[in-house]
Design a protein around this ligand. Structure first.
Ligand SMILES: C/C1=C2N=C(/C=C3N=C(/C(C)=C4\N[C@@](C)([C@@H]5N=C1[C@](C)(CCC(=O)O)[C@H]5CC(=O)O)[C@@](C)(CC(=O)O)[C@@H]4CCC(=O)O)[C@@](C)(CC(=O)O)[C@@H]\3CCC(=O)O)C(C)(C)[C@@H]/2CCC(=O)O
Length: 207
């Protein structure tokens, strides 16, 4: 066996030093760079920076909302599970409605995915919330439809759905409409781990 690092803190130190050395973080505002480091850490791709687009106030707005007790609304249970509760500044509610028993029926009636239908159960909680979409492009499209219908806007949208069908398009739409402060990774890349990393950084690594 080769020797390998066994000390968790040392592994983190090495990882973050490598990211800071290899990623072009200087092109980002300081608070966005904090999120970018953790997102790169979650996926191993230092060129992620090239595809990041954001509102200048996304971190400030999301952080302030979390401090004020806003809920975190997630499209996938993987994201809700990954949010580190002890990092949250106000014991914030972390909610994924995908497994609610009402969702399969809603999806059938609406003729859409369960991921998109699950957002029907967000309506009351959306205004001022922090939204994390890391899996389903249809959830991001549906979020934009709800906001277009006049549902109150969230304080921040982490929009990083992944994949080959609708992911790139939904993120372009978010940036073009910009109904609330947002952060996206353009293109096919994204994922629940990336969304979680952004939320965990926003919750505890920026002031
Ligand atoms: C089309 C879907 C895609 N799923 C992707 C990638 C991953 N999905 C995983 C898992 C476990 C889940 N995906 C669902 C959200 C499920 N995935 C879909 C849908 C069919 C439609 C979403 C959309 O296109 O917008 C969606 C089902 C739905 O009706 O909404 C999931 C609910 C399926 C299920 O298990 O019931 C489930 C989420 C569970 C949860 O956490 O709550 C993967 C882990 C794949 C796997 O199981 O092997 C993976 C995770 C990726 C991530 O980082 O989040 C894509 C690639 C996003 C794909 C959409 C685009 C495409 O190109 O196909």
């Amino acid at each position: 066996m080769i020797d390998y690092i066994r000390d968790g803190a040392e592994i983190y130190r090495h990882s973050f030093a490598t990211i800071r050395e290899e990623a072009d973080l200087a092109i980002l505002p300081d608070d966005v760079a904090v999120l970018a480091v953790r997102m790169i850490h979650a996926c191993g791709m230092v060129d992620l920076v090239d595809d990041l687009r954001y509102s200048l106030d996304v971190v400030e707005s999301g952080r302030a909302a979390l401090e004020a007790g806003a809920p975190i609304l997630c499209d996938a249970n993987m994201i809700a599970s990954g949010v580190t509760r002890k990092r949250l500044p106000s014991a914030n509610e972390v909610l994924c409605t995908l497994s609610d028993p009402k969702v399969p029926g809603l999806a059938e009636r609406m003729g859409t995915t369960r991921s998109a239908a699950a957002l029907e159960l967000w309506r009351d909680k959306l205004p001022g919330s922090v939204v994390a979409i890391g899996n389903a492009p249809t959830a991001l499209f549906r979020l934009l439809e709800l906001l277009d219908e006049g549902v109150g806007a969230p304080a921040a949208i982490i929009g990083v759905p992944v994949g080959f069908v609708g992911a790139a398009e939904s993120k372009v739409e978010l940036v073009e409409q910009a109904p609330a402060p947002y952060l996206v990774v353009h293109g096919r890349r994204g994922g629940s781990a990336m969304a979680v990393a952004a939320i965990n950084a926003m919750a505890s690594e920026v002031e």
